[in-house]
Design a protein around this ligand. Structure first.
Ligand code: GDP
Length: 458
């Protein structure tokens, strides 16, 4: 690139940023956006905590909360009243446009938080993984109750599995909520004991100590979620941040708005007036009404006729936005859930073979060459075959432990090659992190997740 080109590029980028700021102001969205995923062992109290947080933030009308209280009392399950907040909104969500991952929003003083996969259900793990592939930050909920923390933290417990998973998907900031400390009479010793164990583990898992914050709390009583700690047993030794403070202080990730436009299609439906509509999240770049786009992998050219966010028409939308797009010039048979809309001048690469760094869990039979899997990439679900096992890696440092291993078992980290029958639209994580995270599933179970390290054949 000549200095002239560089200067032009810089100018163009600045223009995009300015435009985005303007649009955000227009839409009244001056707060920074963060995507948050809640992880932790089953019954750690994830739903209760998030439900209570939403309630304390005023996101749940009083009469609705009253209804939950009455109903949960009636069936003798009052302890679940906050968890129901997430369940109910979960149902509501499915009425509207189906997202590849359901979400809930709430605000902190400086941020707008999108909660990925409101954890209201037992089959939460696959959803959590779906959420983790889009997350910027994470809350790890652990149950401080004696015996319970230990169960979740054992080999195979979800505490470890989830933490390794989000880290391997590029999430670096984490808030550890040492929950249900009310059950332990707010014991400092118990808190310190748990923090000590997690510190060692999270460091091994590749989290920087400065990116991890530990807080004592109770999702049930609401202690230290939104309002600072008030019970004497806790205030005696704790005056640190609340859950809300920690979330508000998460560093905002760089959104790839300067990069080429990519949007993954999570739903296709008939438009109200004409043409057909696609919805999905813009992974990178921006798009304007009248822009020409290319649908990948079908390489169909089209033009944006209409753009809406939350059913409001807009002229432009940017990385991170969940949008509906009406297209013209595109044959509906060439677009499907999982397609990627991209910049005509800089389309997303197509690949029939990719190299992926994965972390393995839940495999009944160890992974060997020829192992069939389903690749999940945004909303795309595509059959793939493990065509090479290149190396087994150290989970924390990523160093090669063994070259060309014959098999990969649970909890291993490895570099593998995946092959596809037909090209898919995908990118290296190092080129565009939003397009380079994948997960692998077999028979409805997620067996691995990871990052695309190379496009072997495009
Ligand atoms: P999830 O599976 O992680 O979403 O957990 P839930 O939110 O469904 O909670 C599991 C159980 O733990 C329920 O019976 C809750 O009432 C209870 N629970 C959740 N948070 C707390 C807490 O802070 N203290 C106590 N004592 N119980 C809690």
């Amino acid at each position: 690139n000549s200095p002239d080109d560089e200067a032009k590029l810089m100018k163009a980028k600045e223009a995009i940023r300015n435009a985005r700021e303007l649009f955000e102001k227009e839409r009244g969205e001056e707060k920074q956006q963060v995507h948050l995923v809640i992880i932790g062992h089953v019954d750690a109290g994830k739903s209760t905590m998030m439900g209570h947080l939403l309630y304390d933030l005023g996101n749940v009308p009083q009469r609705v909360m009253h209804k939950y209280e009455q109903e949960s009392k009636k069936i003798g399950k009052q302890s679940f009243m906050y968890a129901w907040i997430l369940d109910e909104t979960g149902e509501e969500r499915t009425r509207g446009i189906t997202m590849d991952c359901g979400f809930q929003r709430f605000e902190t003083p400086t941020k707008q938080i999108t909660l990925l996969d409101a954890p209201g259900h037992r089959d939460f793990i696959p959803n959590m993984i779906c959420g983790a592939t889009q997350a910027d930050c994470s809350i790890l909920v652990v149950d401080a109750t004696r015996g319970e923390f230990e169960t979740g933290f054992e080999q195979g417990g979800q505490t470890r599995e989830h933490a390794l998973l989000v880290r391997s998907l590029g999430v670096s900031q984490i808030c550890v909520a040492v929950n249900k400390l009310d059950n332990e009479n707010w014991s400092k010793d118990r808190f310190d004991d748990i923090v000590g164990k997690l510190k060692i583990f999270l460091k091994q898992a590749g989290f920087k100590e400065s990116d991890v914050t530990y807080i004592p709390c109770s999702g049930l009583t609401g202690e230290n979620l939104v309002k600072p700690a008030s019970v004497k047993e806790l205030t005696m030794w704790y005056n640190g941040p609340t859950l809300l403070n920690v979330v508000d202080n998460f560093k905002t990730p760089e959104r790839s708005i300067d990069k080429a436009f990519r949007m993954s299609v999570s739903d296709v439906y008939k438009g109200l007036t004409s043409g057909f509509c696609l919805s999905g999240r813009i992974a990178s770049g921006h798009v304007c009404v009248n822009d020409k786009i290319i649908v990948c992998p079908s390489k169909e050219l089209g033009q944006v006729k209409n753009l809406t966010i939350d059913e409001m028409p807009v002229n432009a939308a940017f990385a991170g936005d969940q949008v509906s797009v009406t297209l013209s010039g595109v044959d509906a048979s060439n677009v499907s859930i999982g397609s990627i809309l991209s910049d005509v001048n800089n389309p997303v690469p197509l690949a029939t073979k990719i190299q992926v760094r994965i972390i393995v869990f839940n495999v009944k039979t160890p992974i060997t060459i020829g192992y069939p899997v389903l690749l999940h990439h945004h909303s795309l679900v595509e059959p793939a075959t493990v065509s090479k096992l290149k190396a087994q890696l150290h989970k924390g440092t990523g160093e090669v432990i063994k070259k060309n291993p014959r098999v990969l078992g649970n909890n291993s980290c490895a570099l593998i090659e995946l092959s596809f029958q037909r090209p898919i639209a995908i990118e290296r994580y190092s080129d565009l992190k939003e397009m380079g995270r994948v997960m692998l599933r077999v028979g409805g179970v997620t067996i691995a997740a990871g990052l695309v390290t190379d496009i072997v054949n495009s």
